[in-house]
Write a protein that binds this ligand. Structure first.
Ligand SMILES: Nc1ncnc2c1ncn2[C@@H]1O[C@H](COP(=O)(O)OP(=O)(O)O)[C@@H](O)[C@H]1O
Ligand SMILES: [Mg+2]
Length: 365
């Protein structure tokens, strides 16, 4: 039995999700999971650097610091499973995205978390740097999870959408006709803006269960201003990040709405996610939207998605056999298995790359 580890930290920069799995055809056996939260000083330094505040020294030190934490997350999940490290086939590490700029004249995407340290500290072969080959081939380098969704979650005769509510929200549409092309793209902000506003106004890292948002009301004028952002009406392939959707973006819009309460703004941000997701999903009769990511724990966001996405059915990926927190890390464990077997990991119809590519670089144990 081959066993794989997936390591993921997204744009929320909350911490590293680690999973140890094996793949038996389309069945995913989960052996252990572990989350290593980022200490608040690391989170703050990552947030600064991701907004272009910092030096090459900051970059180097954070690459090392996060690399050590990724290694620790991997070691912890191995220990929880009680497996000898030598029995693990490989680790797939997404790394921590600092900047994602796929659309300029010199497209790039920067993930840190030195994979050399992961391989060295765990003694397990590590695959990392998944995005840049797709970018080199003219793609967005994102999203990469649709290939995994297609492999494990598609069902002939059923129209399905996978919706991931991370810092940014992304969708994968798996058409009922499994030979039809898959679409997948980032719809826009999810937790990232809500987290940023919550931290700015309350000092708390996130709005637990959406309770604070629930105290506010949607301001339709502010929502209208937010919805005029060109990204939402752009055709895919497209991907985005906190380079665009950040506190500065929000504060510029708020200048025109100075009298809103903090809770009203939070509730409007939540509505923005619920509305932009619903608008961009290609709804069809009988479609089910399977949701994953940390946003599934925001009770109010889930309630509003039921409303905005109706009559499509909203369900959890748990119905497909994988807990919502573990879909993305599992995807990177699977992407590592693709790399090591010499198989492509990108879907060109999703990323816009000129063809399928074997993704990532290998750091041998
Ligand atoms: N109980 C909760 N209530 C509301 N939001 C939550 C809760 N738990 C997690 N979250 C949100 O989920 C985010 C983490 O989601 P995650 O899927 O890890 O995103 P990413 O892939 O960007 O790291 C947190 O930053 C927070 O906004
Ligand atoms: Mg996370």
């Amino acid at each position: 039995m081959k066993t794989w580890i997936g390591l993921m930290s997204g744009t929320s920069m909350d911490g590293i999700d680690a999973i140890l799995v094996s793949f038996e055809d389309r069945y995913i056996r989960v052996h252990a999971t572990h989350t290593t939260d980022y200490p608040s000083d690391i989170r703050q330094r990552l947030a600064s650097l991701s907004q272009n505040r910092g030096t090459p020294d900051d970059l180097g030190e954070l690459d090392h610091a996060t690399g050590s934490l990724f290694a620790l997350a991997a070691a912890s999940v191995i220990e929880k499973a009680g497996f000898p490290p030598a029995s693990i086939t490989a680790i797939g590490s997404h790394g921590q995205t600092l900047r994602h700029q796929p659309d300029g004249s010199k497209p790039f995407s920067i993930q840190i978390g030195d994979p050399n340290l992961i391989a060295e500290h765990t003694g397990v072969t590590t695959v990392a740097d998944f995005r840049r080959r797709d970018l080199a081939a003219g793609g967005q380098g994102a999203p990469l999870v649709p290939a995994f969704h297609k492999a494990f979650f598609s069902a002939d005769g059923e129209d399905r959408c996978i919706l991931n509510l991370g810092g940014i929200a992304n969708i994968t549409h798996l058409p009922a006709d499994n030979s039809a092309p898959v679409t997948g793209f980032d719809t826009g902000p999810s937790n990232a803006l809500m987290d940023a506003w919550c931290l700015d106004q309350t000092g708390k890292a996130y709005d637990k269960d959406g309770a604070w948002a629930d105290e506010g009301v949607v301001d339709q004028d502010l929502l209208g201003d937010m919805l005029s952002e060109a990204y939402f009406s752009r055709q895919p392939p497209k991907s985005t990040g906190t380079e665009k959707f950040n506190l500065e973006w929000l504060k510029v819009l708020l200048n025109r709405h100075p009298d809103l309460s903090g809770a009203d703004v939070q509730r409007t941000l939540l509505e923005l996610t619920a509305v932009t997701v619903a608008q961009q999903i290609p709804h069809s009769p009988g479609m089910t939207i399977f949701v994953c990511g940390g946003g599934t724990r925001n009770r109010v966001l889930m309630r509003e998605l039921h409303r905005t996405c109706s009559p499509s059915r909203i369900a959890s990926t748990a119905e497909l056999g994988l807990d919502p927190q573990w879909v993305e890390p599992t995807a990177f464990a699977w992407l590592a298995s693709r790399t090591l077997s010499g198989q492509s990991g990108n879907l060109p119809e999703v990323t816009g790359a000129s063809g399928e590519r074997i993704l990532g670089a290998v750091y041998y144990a």
